[in-house]
Design a protein around this ligand. Structure first.
Ligand code: ADP
Length: 256
């Protein structure tokens, strides 16, 4: 148990796609229980950085440590197995399946979609089903999804869908949770609910959060620290209230 050091430490991260430098020279550390914001205009490298961390696009340069252990270039399913769960900007729920089944899959989030249905039924028969059921019930209660548990995800409102995605990430019992625009497309009330759930997840589960978010209100409202990217480079980092006032950050947002 590495209480003192950072949960996540990225040093000198660079990721290129052919000739395009999507991310370069990025350093960041996230400590236990921190909610860490990642901001920047579209195309600034936020998703690429999270993909480097989760192993989808390993960095060309730099190192990524999780709880002090070097995980640079580790395959996505292994990174997931080490306690990193994520949600996606565009919902990655399985239509045609119930809310409950989508959440249950969070215990096997790293599996490929093609094998996932069969695996679900196989896995439900396993001896550790008790713990699976227990954590799933806990999370359904925590995120107030009881009333829609047997509905198909296709039919529920966007705010609920985002909550199902969060539930699916939480049932993996992560210590690092990466949320890619969890409030996109939500109305004000849904956003406030989501902000509350993120804060409670930190408080009740001690989870650390890397939060990609465009709304400066959300950033200043719930983040402990923030990193701003522009054209793949760090332009400001520190306390939210300072970062959102930083002239380089303002210019980056106005300049697009
Ligand atoms: P953000 O998440 O901040 O909107 P991205 O990380 O998606 O930014 O993109 C950063 C840059 O990398 C953009 O120029 C984007 O076009 C490019 N990029 C991202 N993913 C790929 C990819 N798989 N192949 C080629 N270019 C990519």
């Amino acid at each position: 148990f590495h209480q003192a050091g950072p949960v996540l430490q990225c040093t000198g991260i660079e990721r290129r796609f052919g000739g395009l430098v999507a991310v370069t020279g990025v350093d960041l550390s996230i400590y236990r229980g921190e909610i860490f914001g990642l901001v920047g205009p579209n195309g600034s490298g936020k998703t690429t950085l999270t993909n480097a961390i989760t192993g989808f696009y390993p960095p060309n340069k730099g190192t990524i440590k999780l709880d002090g252990k070097d995980i640079t270039g580790t395959a996505p399913h292994k990174v997931a197995g080490l306690g990193v769960a994520r949600t996606f900007q565009n919902l990655a729920l399985f239509n045609g399946m119930s809310v409950l089944d989508n959440i249950l899959l969070g215990r096997h989030i790293h599996m490929r979609p093609g094998v996932i249905r069969t695996a679900l039924y196989w896995w439900l028969a396993r001896p550790d089903e008790m713990r699976n059921r227990e954590i799933v019930e806990e999370v359904i209660e925590f995120l107030q999804l009881e009333s829609v548990r047997h509905e198909l995800v296709d039919g529920i409102p966007i705010g609920m869908k985002k909550r199902v995605e969060l539930a699916r990430a939480l049932v993996a019992e992560p210590h690092l949770l990466i949320l890619d625009e969890p409030m996109a497309g939500m109305n004000q009330e849904e956003k406030e609910y989501m902000a509350r759930f993120i804060l409670d997840a930190r408080a009740e589960r001690g989870v650390s959060v890397l939060l990609i978010e465009h709304s400066m209100d959300v950033i200043t409202g719930i983040c402990d620290r923030v990193l701003a990217l522009n054209y793949g480079e760090m332009i400001a980092t520190g306390k939210p209230r300072e970062v959102v006032k930083d002239p380089r950050v303002i210019e980056a947002y106005i300049g697009v």
